[in-house]
Design a protein around this ligand. Sequence first.
Ligand code: GLU
Length: 487
Amino acid sequence: MTTPARTRVAPSPTGDPHVGTAYMALFDKAWARKTGGRFVLRIEDTDRNRLVEGSEQQIYDSLAWLGLDADESPELGGPYAPYKQSERLDTYRPFVDKLIEDGHAYYCWCSGERLAQMRKEQQESKQSNTGYDRLCLGMTREERAKLPGFSETPVVRMLVPDDVTLSFHDLIRGEVKAPRPDDQVILKADGFPTYHLAVVVDDHLMGITTVVRGEEWISSTPKHLLLYRWLGWDAPDFAHMPLLRNTDKSKISKRKNPAARLMWFREQGYLPEALRNFLQLLAYPPAEGEQEVSSFDEFVEGFDWGKISTVGPIFDVKKLDWLNGVYIRSLPTHELADRIVSYALESGQWSSVPEGGRETVLAATPLISERLVTLAEALPKLQFLFDSDYDLSINPASVAKLKDNAGEVLAVAETTLKDLGEWTTGAIHQALNVALVEGMELKPKFAFAPIRVAITGEQVSPPLFESMEILGKDSSLARIARLAQEL
Ligand code: GLU
């Protein structure tokens, strides 16, 4: 039996949440569930210059939307609160002092200009060692102040030893090698810790056993392992996930791909369960005989770090479109109708629910669900049911394609339907069939096209007779009369 894992996702609220955050959260949550442990959400907001208003809330909302919400978080609290680094500033300082005392860290007063100058010279002389040149190491403030490039408020740097261990074990990759780190800043001039210090201190204090993060952090891991060693702590397990890639294999970024924004999926009308399933498939394709469509519980059941490939998975939205359709069609009609209405309100398709709107959507949902890819497509397909008979826009291109006898067809249809007692799909269909297909000897295609254009404004629409039943007799007749007149 594995010991219960404590996992965490640790996004920085620096903009719209990235889809990678959800990807990490999926594994965090799966591993926590599989081992009977807990999944923590920590907000890493120590980089004050990059904070974006509203971003933190979006992180909570989008993870909750996906069903990947944490067991402990700034919102929920928990035994290791606070879970937001800006509220933990007092926590970090004593560890910095200890590292300085033990000779593992030192103050550095070098100004930004001096560091830039140093880097320039290193580049020009093509030196292989491009890290900080340790000018301040071993100096007192007074000694350093006499030299140029002095800044009043120092930072604190790690003193990375020559024999720093550069390889470590990764749950996905096995033995991993990383480059030799620079004397990393751990405390900034503004008194805030850097990511490197804060992540180690918090992961330790919060009892994190498994760190799941993107492969871009592999090069930072030797520094983190040094900090664990110096502070006398056991390091957690590491799982560095491959980066998601675009179909052209480039790294997925918010600048290049709208799908890198987690909110994008919700805006486009994807179902959270479809996106979650899609992210599961990116982890590893199903084994032979296993299905692509699988629940989170099934994912947890079969979860295994060893199955995850280190090759960055290709983020192909076509696959998601397919999955979304599958999930849409697996919903009971009333549930799908509810989601269409919620989406309409959330996206601004509707500013409020029109009178009878819910009932109309519920009745019409079966007419469109078969071909629906996203929730966003639903209401535009049904717009004709919400337009008034005179505001319905009739597509001139559709009218132009009608045969010359369209006026006659509409006239016969109007007379036939006026007398129809029972206004049901079957009765409408049968009456029109008798009058137009049999009576006028028309092919069904030509018989019903004018009626379709009259009722929906388009040549292509949801099923006609069902639509007429939902629209009602008066509206249907009014629309047929209107087009007859306009022809
Ligand atoms: N705050 C880091 C990020 O946003 C977290 C990296 C980690 O998980 O250690 O990527």
